[in-house]
Design a protein around this ligand. Structure first.
Ligand code: ZN
Length: 458
């Protein structure tokens, strides 16, 4: 392929500002905390759906593989490209096209960051409730392509539940505009679902219609200590029932993780003493601070009296709420001993405790000096495991220990991060042959030349 000729044809579509050469692209980090730069033949930055379509038509004609990149905050190498790939960055598509406070929808271009939308809807008394640590760089297009989760899934669902419509460009450059803004629309197949969570393998999402919610006016947060796992699942039910739909987060930290994030050099002091088996961060959002607080405190008092909870610290101000969240979010402490392996799994609540115990035993047998920190969105059945054995070379062996037991438990090797390249060898543990065959058939139909994000997922 003549690179100059390709450059010239792309230039005619996206203009000078829309093209970045391979050497300049290599100056961008390939992902979060990754030392290497973005690899590609060329990086193209279209500014509209029309331009994305033009670029994809050329790539289709030339059989040139395309990797779409958003904020590059993913954790499973889902947006990695190779030197022969064209990287399609949506970073110039940052327009919030419309916010409709009555219909409670927003229409955005795919390159808008999660935080930019959160901030833009707030003055309207509305919220876009998806929330995750990378909000400042993660893009809404990337959130949709990976079906992002985060901290408030228990209340609002995942990204999939917040997308009403979308526009995508297919591998051949044709545009499917499906910018539905209705909550209910059963007119045939729900085509947006094809692209949500497809990790850029079936089309390039260019625009989205997103569902907004009324901005909660009250927030109550507490940290509680629990004696055993039975109490953890009991408390989840108790709080959800007692708060009448107000429960917005139920985050659990196993003892080792809590001690890590509340011991120097971590910035947080422990709000509750060390030594309990589990700690849970509980959040409720509602409409009226004083009565909501009363109800929240009463629910926790009842849990203390019944013995479900061993100890509790209730935030008395917005600042204290933020401090409790900062403790839970201080995940970077797990990199204290060197870069660890991170996992994002789902499994039934009933199986969780035994699974973690068996995993710890298996790790201890093989790597007596290992670290294993466990925390997660327990209200969603989603655990994050962070494991440090001291060597990256141990990765395949650790992955086997983490993933293999999930097959019989009907758990998932990915609750929210996706498959990318990292979990590809293990997809069969969470999806059966008929499911994978149907995925392949969809890929074959929408992208028969295998040009979109090739090699990802399966
Ligand atoms: Zn998470």
């Amino acid at each position: 392929m003549d690179l100059n000729l390709l450059r010239e044809r792309l230039l005619a579509i996206v203009g000078e500002a829309g093209i970045v050469c391979a050497a300049d692209a290599a100056q961008r980090p390939a992902g979060f905390m990754r030392p290497e730069g973005v690899q590609c033949l060329l990086l193209v930055r279209p500014a509209s759906t029309h331009e994305v379509a033009g670029v994809l038509r050329i790539c289709h004609e030339l059989r040139l593989p395309v990797v779409t990149q958003g904020g590059r905050t993913g954790l499973v190498h889902g947006a990695d490209a190779m030197p022969g790939h064209l990287v399609l960055s949506l970073e110039r598509m940052q327009q919030i096209e419309d916010i409709n406070p009555r219909q409670r929808v927003a229409r955005v271009q795919a390159g808008v960051t999660l935080q930019a939308l959160q901030e833009a809807v707030q003055p309207h008394g509305l919220a876009f409730p998806l929330d995750l640590g990378a909000r400042g760089s993660a893009t809404l297009g990337g959130n949709a392509a990976t079906n992002a989760g985060g901290n408030r899934v228990i209340r609002y669902g995942m990204m999939r539940d917040m997308v009403l419509g979308l526009e995508a460009v297919l591998a051949d450059g044709s545009v499917v505009s499906s910018l539905n803004q209705l909550i209910k629309n059963n007119a045939g197949y729900d085509l947006k679902q094809l692209f949500l969570g497809s990790e850029g393998t079936l089309g390039v999402i260019t625009r989205l219609v997103l569902r907004l919610r009324e901005l909660p006016a009250s927030q109550n947060v507490a940290l509680v200590a629990l004696r055993d796992f039975e109490s953890v699942s009991g408390l989840l039910k108790h709080m959800d029932r007692t708060l009448g739909g107000g429960l917005s987060a139920f985050e659990v930290m196993w003892r080792e993780f809590y001690e890590l994030v509340s011991t120097p050099p971590a910035a947080s002091a422990p709000p509750l003493p060390h030594g309990h088996a589990f700690y849970a961060l509980i959040e409720a959002q509602g409409a009226d601070q004083a009565p909501d607080n009363q109800r929240f405190v009463a629910a926790l008092e009842a849990a203390l009296e019944s013995g479900l909870v061993a100890d509790a610290a209730i935030a008395a101000s917005q600042r204290e709420c933020a401090a409790l969240w900062a403790l839970r979010d201080d995940v970077m402490q797990t990199a204290r001993h060197g870069w660890p392996l991170t996992f994002d799994i789902s499994l039934p609540l009933d199986a969780m405790q035994a699974y973690v115990q068996q995993l710890r035993a298996a790790l201890a047998q093989r790597w007596p000096a290992h670290h294993c920190w466990v925390f997660g969105h327990l209200g969603d059945g989603n655990l994050h495991l962070v494991i440090h054995t001291g060597s990256e070379a141990d990765r395949p062996a650790v992955e086997q220990l983490v993933y293999q037991p999930l097959a019989v438990l009907q758990g998932s090797i990915s609750a929210e991060h996706g498959i990318g390249l990292e979990k590809k060898p293990y997809l069969h543990l969470s999806r059966n042959p008929a499911e994978i065959a149907l995925m392949r058939a969809l890929k074959q139909t929408l992208d028969p030349l295998n040009l979109l994000n090739p090699g990802k997922i399966f």
